[in-house]
Design a protein around this ligand. Structure first.
Ligand code: ITT
Length: 192
């Protein structure tokens, strides 16, 4: 069966594929479809993307809204993770976060992912959230992954996601946790 994915981020889609059951085919966005992500939470934005794209394609859709949340910065950049310092490179965004964290002792942080399934024909919507807790590193390390991966050290490891890459992310990341949970629910309901 085919499920559309309401994401323009190829890294996300690749990571979702790694935890998708073999009989489910993910179909990425082919048009220049876009939606204004004006929600205040990961849940709101994930639901917004799923419903808007579901209405557009007329079939079952998955959406992912995610981001980095730093405890000492009151959850920043949070839902603003993609839009923080718009136009700047991820190296610049990470340098800026490290600058904000200079001399900050509490480096705990988490990645959060809200995964939503929506079928406009039922209509039917399920949202689940996944998290991975960890720490902000002292410097940028690693070339793997995407976004803020090179400054995030997951709990229980001493390397960043940028060093660990998808071999580890597919087991413990916020996205892996959320989508595994979502696929389990969809399977138990006989929807996939
Ligand atoms: P779509 O909305 O098209 O799915 P996006 O990248 O704009 O793509 P979001 O609005 O959900 O997605 O923003 C997520 C941002 O949070 C992403 O661009 C990264 O900056 C960050 N992020 C989320 N998951 C991440 C991960 O696994 N590793 C590193 N950074 C991540």
């Amino acid at each position: 069966m085919v499920i559309f994915v309401a994401s323009k981020n190829p890294h996300k889609i690749q990571e979702i594929k790694l935890v998708t059951p073999d009989h489910v085919i993910l179909r990425p966005i082919e048009s220049d479809w876009t939606v204004e992500e004006n929600g205040e939470t990961f849940l709101e934005n994930s639901v917004l993307k799923a419903i808007e794209y579901g209405k557009c394609v007329g079939g079952p859709v998955l959406a992912d809204d995610s981001g980095l949340s730093v405890d000492a910065l009151d959850g920043f950049p949070g839902v603003m993770s993609a839009r923080y310092l718009e136009g700047a490179s991820y190296r610049e965004k990470m340098e800026s976060i490290l600058e904000l964290m200079k001399n900050v002792k509490n480096r705990s942080a988490k990645f959060v992912c809200c995964a939503t399934y929506y079928d406009p024909n039922k209509p039917f919507l399920i949202s689940v959230q996944g998290e991975v807790r960890g720490y902000i590193s002292e410097e940028i390390r690693g070339e793997k992954g995407f976004g803020y991966d090179p400054i995030f050290i997951p709990e229980g490891y001493n390397k960043t996601f940028g060093e660990l890459g998808e071999d580890i992310k597919k087991h413990i990341s916020h996205r892996a946790v959320a989508f595994k949970k979502l696929f389990e629910i969809l399977s138990s309901l006989g929807l996939i």
